[in-house]
Design a protein around this ligand. Structure first.
Ligand code: PNW
Length: 448
């Protein structure tokens, strides 16, 4: 990219990369860690591609120092990771497990030594299995358990973590985990999943209070969001896209920013177990909103008897990733501007907390990993962020998903999202061409 052509970012903009505990750590039976719902789910025949488990994953628990060195080489200003509840408070209740907290303290300190801001997510889908056996997010009590766990992490790290993110993508966790059952805990409850929305949101609000009580200054939540594109300008398609937008983009954002749920009357039987005072807890002021963007969603009027107020037809006419997701960089600009206009003064600064793509990367004979498609993907999306900033949206950071190839949930190790290639037999890390591209981009931006 030539200098003249380079997008401009505000001073102090965070250039980051992200991972999550279950997807990279491994060491599943070490350090006092208890089983999570994902440890249970991967054992279900057919649940995960190739019957893969995350017992070793990227072995980041043992190799974190090497991984932090890679981050330093990239020149990251921030690193987004998650803490495993199963390490910090095995079983999901009771006192902290100091060995679990020791690990996150070592990681945090290693980041700070390299001048990388730690961005800590408290929940990235790996609920302690013991809490699932008591109902998981279908139970209100899990929200109180989460607040307690948040307090334990903050007791140790409140003075050192730059930004705290309560939940990662509660929408995806609810839909994949509780409505369709294709992720842990594997419950195909359809509309019966909705209590998992309210209880995650309540957990978020209760945790914010625990963090504030420990002096934490910067708190956010990360939502997966996707512009809903109507299949045509026909009123039935427009209404379907509006219903989808309420479910995917507003259900987990309106309560947090506006203190109210969106009108969901387009859906047959949505019931949220809201009690007096909950929305006040849920709408505690935040310092940031994290958006994870991967793709827009095409939405059409439902076929008769569909049970949902929309259909989601395949989107054609765009290049696709190895996952089959359409590549639409401008959708990120659209999303950022949508939030800016929709929430106005109620919107805190935005952070793109995940964005990336999977491609079938291999290490070439010369030891390089050519991944031109990922470079194109990242370049297009970084430009989309710049365009949103130019349009007046307050975006403060961008985190590539992911630093490392890792355990991609139900896809196991078959989808590679990393800037760094991981050989899952030898644990050898090899920076891909996109790693060098991102390093150069960051250097140019920080030096500019
Ligand atoms: C996110 N979708 O999940 C998660 O936060 C990551 O843990 C995950 O590895 C990454 O994206 C890549 O999948 C998503 O259907 C799951 O649009 C599904 C969707 C988006 C994000």
């Amino acid at each position: 990219m030539s200098v003249a052509d380079r997008p401009r970012f505000p001073e102090g903009f965070w250039w980051g990369a992200a991972t999550s505990a279950f997807q990279v750590e491994g060491a599943a039976a070490e350090g006092g860690r208890s089983p999570s719902i994902w440890d249970a789910f991967v054992r279900r025949p057919g649940a995960v591609a190739d019957g893969a488990t995350a017992e070793t994953a990227c072995d980041h628990y043992h190799r974190y120092a090497e991984d932090v060195a890679l981050m330093a080489e990239l020149g990251l200003s921030a690193y987004r990771f998650s803490t495993a509840w199963t390490r910090v408070q095995p079983g999901g209740s009771g006192p902290a497990n100091p060995e679990g907290l020791d690990f996150y303290e070592r990681l945090t300190d290693a980041l700070l030594e390299r001048g990388i801001a730690p961005v800590l997510t408290l929940f990235h889908w790996d609920l302690p299995q013991e809490l699932q056996e008591r109902g998981g997010w279908l139970e209100r009590d899990t929200a109180y358990r989460f607040a307690e766990y948040a307090g334990l992490v903050a007791d140790r790290l409140a003075d050192r973590v730059d930004m705290w993110i309560t939940l990662n993508e509660p929408f995806v966790h609810m839909i994949y985990g509780y409505a369709w059952g294709i992720h842990a805990p594997g419950l195909p409850l359809v509309y019966g999943a909705l209590p998992a929305a309210h209880h995650q949101l309540l957990a978020h609000g209760l945790a914010v209070a625990e963090l504030r009580a420990r002096g934490v200054r910067s708190v956010a939540i990360t939502n997966n969001c996707s512009p809903a594109w109507p299949a045509s300008r026909e009123p039935a398609d427009l209404a379907a896209a509006d219903a989808y937008d309420r479910l995917h983009n507003r259900l987990f954002t309106d309560p947090v920013l506006l203190g109210e749920y969106p009108d969901l009357s387009a859906f047959d039987s949505i019931e949220l177990p809201v009690q007096d005072g909950d929305l006040k807890v849920i709408s505690a002021p935040l310092d940031g909103l994290g958006l994870n963007y991967y793709r827009p969603t095409l939405v059409a009027a439902p076929s008769p008897g569909a049970g949902l107020p929309f259909d989601l037809p395949e989107m054609t006419g765009h290049p696709i990733t190895a996952f089959g997701w359409p590549i639409v960089p401008d959708g990120l600009r659209e999303l950022l501007e949508l939030f800016h206009h929709r929430y106005g003064g109620a919107l805190p600064p935005l952070y793109v907390t995940e964005n990336g793509a999977s491609f079938p990367d291999v290490v070439a004979d010369d030891g390089t990993v050519p991944d031109p498609s990922r470079i194109d993907f990242l370049d297009g999306h970084v430009r989309a962020v710049a365009a949103a900033i130019d349009a007046g949206v307050d975006v403060r950071g961008y985190f590539a998903w992911s630093l490392l190839d890792n355990f991609e949930w139900a896809e196991g190790y078959t989808q590679r999202f990393g800037l760094v290639h991981v050989d899952f037999e030898t644990q050898r890390r090899t920076p891909k061409d996109s790693f060098h591209w991102y390093r150069d981009l960051i250097a140019a931006q920080r030096g500019a």
